[in-house]
Design a protein around this ligand. Structure first.
Ligand code: HEC
Length: 139
């Protein structure tokens, strides 16, 4: 049973990316980081583990996510507009980063409805970037 109402999309993120290779490229590293974020969101949503630790993991992963997008690295789903519109991409990452910080605060506070809201808010920021800068799943 889900402890909080989280968007189905967030759970889908966590389940995705089985197709991503494991050859250790930057694309792999960021897909791993994104999956770790998705996993922590799911864990918080389901009440598994320590919500504060999971929230801190999410915040930490976003901390150096931009560095994991070197120009032109498009093995999987990254779209070229990431680099032609880098400031927009950066702003979208900033929104997730801010939302992650709020999730840490909410998790520390321990109020489940606030955690649920922060989680939903964070999920919206993922979607905002994915719609703009992430291409369709490869076959
Ligand atoms: C600023 C842009 C941006 C933000 C914010 C963002 N992502 Fe992503 N995400 C991407 C891009 C681009 C890819 C594709 C990377 C690739 O294939 O190289 C991706 C890939 C992923 C993947 C890998 C599997 C797949 O379907 O491509 C997961 C999981 C994921 N994101 C989860 C999340 C979650 C959860 C959040 C929010 C907490 C989030 N992302 C926030 C841009 C973003």
């Amino acid at each position: 049973m889900n402890k909080f109402l989280i968007s189905a999309a967030a759970v889908m993120f966590a389940a995705g990316a089985a197709w991503a290779g494991a050859h250790g490229s930057m694309s792999d590293k960021r897909v791993d980081a994104m999956k770790s974020i998705g996993g922590s969101m799911k864990a918080i949503g389901e009440g598994n583990g320590d919500a504060v630790q999971h929230a801190q993991n999410i915040k930490m992963q976003f901390g150096d996510m931009l560095e994991k997008f070197p120009e032109g690295s498009m093995e999987y789903r990254a779209k070229a507009n990431i680099w032609t519109d880098w400031s927009g991409f950066e702003a979208a990452m900033g929104k997730s980063n801010d939302a992650a910080a709020k999730l840490v605060t909410a998790a520390e506070g321990g109020d489940s409805s606030e955690i649920g809201n922060a989680l939903k808010n964070l999920g919206g920021t993922c979607k905002g970037c994915h719609e703009e800068y992430r291409g369709p799943k490869p076959e």
